[in-house]
Write a protein that binds this ligand. Structure first.
Ligand SMILES: [Zn+2]
Length: 155
């Protein structure tokens, strides 16, 4: 092998190592960001319920609706206020999940997501209403399906 070919091979190897290092750093950053998001989410759960929420979220056969709430506990237009704590009533309802549900309502004032019950015409004992929290358990604002689709906070 000529010196020139050897030099080219070493150059290729160094470039590939640098690219692998960049990929590794990108993956590590994504993992760190995901971890930071999970920690930030759990810090909003009342402290005595945090462990139960963490265990529930790790259940591989867990509730998909719960994961949708975790992924976006607030409407797109809303931001969790600093130091926000999820209302105990909401977290306890989500842990108990007395009925199948989906994330269908949001508070019109603070944007917090709250459950709606899932039902259909075959349900032998349909709930009288699918609305679980007609008013926000955090701030008392009215909850609605429309608030989920707003693009900016109400005036
Ligand atoms: Zn609210």
């Amino acid at each position: 092998m000529s010196t020139r070919a050897l030099s080219r091979r070493i150059g290729d190897l160094a470039r590939r190592q640098a690219e692998a290092g960049e990929r590794h750093a990108a993956v590590a950053a994504a993992v760190d960001a995901g971890h930071a998001e999970r920690v930030a989410f759990l810090m909003m759960v009342p402290e005595d319920l945090r462990m139960a929420v963490g265990i529930t979220l790790r259940d591989p056969d867990g509730d998909d609706a719960l994961h949708s709430w975790v992924a976006r506990p607030f409407a797109r237009w809303a931001v969790a206020p600093a130091g926000f704590q999820f209302p105990r009533a909401l977290v306890e309802w989500l842990l108990g999940r007395p009925h199948a549900w989906f994330l269908g309502h949001h508070c019109e004032r603070c944007g917090l997501g709250v459950p709606l019950l899932t039902t259909d015409s075959r349900d032998p004992s349909p709930p009288p209403s699918i609305v679980v929290f007609p008013t926000c358990p955090a701030c008392g604002g009215v909850t609605s399906h429309a608030a989920n689709w707003w693009t900016e906070p109400p005036p």
